[in-house]
Design a binder for this molecule. Structure first.
Ligand code: NAI
Ligand code: MG
Length: 333
């Protein structure tokens, strides 16, 4: 198994360092290549995703990605490397599972976010002497259909694993965005007819946000467009213990990239207190994706045991360091 590792910026290298220790322990034969991307890479090379990094990602079976610090203002020549990787490697399905009992009720849901289009294609421009900003939103039938299939296939597999009837919620805003979300909605509902055993419900995205916050246990698989999925998955991750625990997969037909949902966390970077469990859970997802279910199950059990008994980093109310938590996971393995 060839794995490309992209630590990135801020706490990215801290949590990916932890994840690599776990990966080496569980898959000692994996060939690991580490490459640069992000704001630091941009400052050093003038490009956020150097050609060599993209080539290494392309050559790998799987990619482990930390986080990058993308500026919130326009910087000429800077493009978010994670958005570019998702598009260039056609990692079209962003899978964001949330499980836990953050509101005292057991939650087990997955957000399936379209990963290659929508407003994130980055076609923005100023008109009217800079007084008007325009962003293009692109939704295609092809991308909507394949993300719908990813969601319905997942719902089917989960129903078999969890022993409960499958349900897919389609979150959109077709009441306002009649053309773009209209196409998304219509395409997903057409795919739904191929899965008669899966219950389907539609929900406007703003209501979906409220229900995810309030009654998360009512959800099974939620499928949505790129930006709505970005926002809804941060809302949902509260129930799984917050950003320090939320892991995600970006899956294409041939390869996949695994990354914590969180960003570079500049407020805590360099302090050695970042929670490594989101990145370590990415290793479990990577192993599962490769069919290595036994080491993955051992790792999930080790993570659950550390969550139950500690040590815990400050985001979970503890005082432990990143390395304490990592070593606790390794000790249980
Ligand atoms: P963030 O996810 O980096 O941080 C949000 C809050 O959660 C902060 O208070 C942070 O300390 C905390 N947090 C995040 N991960 C944590 C962890 N593992 N352990 C403990 N606490 C954790 O989001 P923010 O602050 O909005 O963005 C910071 C930078 O990260 C920005 O430059 C942004 O562009 C970038 N970003 C990158 C992403 C990526 O690479 N996929 C995703 C989200 C943001
Ligand atoms: Mg996000």
């Amino acid at each position: 198994m060839r794995i490309c590792v992209i630590p990135g910026d801020g706490i990215g290298p801290e949590v990916i360092g932890a994840a690599m220790r776990v990966l080496r322990a569980l898959a000692p034969d994996a060939a690991i290549t580490e490459v640069e991307a992000g704001w630091g890479a941009f400052e050093r090379h003038g490009v956020a995703l150097p050609t060599a990094s993209l080539a290494a990602a392309r050559a790998a079976d799987a990619i482990l990605f930390g986080a990058v610090a993308s500026p919130s203002h326009a910087v000429p020549g800077y493009r978010s490397p994670i958005v570019q990787l998702r598009r260039d490697l056609d990692l079209y399905a962003n899978i964001r599972p949330v499980s836990g009992s953050g509101v005292g009720r057991p939650v087990d849901l997955v957000i399936v976010r379209e990963n290659t289009e929508d407003l994130y294609i980055g076609r923005e421009r100023l008109e009217d002497d800079g007084a008007t900003a325009i962003a293009e939103r692109v939704i295609t039938r092809r991308a909507s259909a394949r993300i719908a299939r990813a969601a319905f296939d997942l719902a089917r597999r989960r129903a078999a694993d969890l022993g409960r009837p499958p349900r897919v919620t389609v979150a959109h805003k077709a009441n306002v965005l009649r053309v773009s979300d209209g196409l998304f909605r219509e395409t997903v509902l057409a795919v739904a007819r191929e899965y008669p055993e899966v219950a389907v419900e539609e929900m406007l995205v703003d209501v979906a946000a409220m229900r995810l916050a309030q009654t998360p246990e009512r959800f099974d698989v939620l499928v949505t467009t790129n930006m709505f999925g970005d926002i809804l998955s941060d809302v949902a991750c509260i129930h799984g213990g917050g950003l320090g625990l939320a892991a995600s997969a970006n899956v294409g037909d041939a390869r996949a990239l695994f990354e914590p949902v969180h960003g570079a966390a500049p407020d805590i970077a360099g302090q050695g207190t970042a929670n490594p469990l989101a990145a370590i859970t990415c290793v479990a997802m990577l192993l599962e994706w490769r069919g290595l279910s036994l080491p993955a199950a051992h790792l999930r059990a080790a993570i659950a045991s550390v969550l139950r008994d500690g040590p815990r980093t400050p985001d979970l109310g503890g005082a432990a360091k990143t390395t304490d938590v990592t070593e606790a996971v390794l000790a249980r393995l």
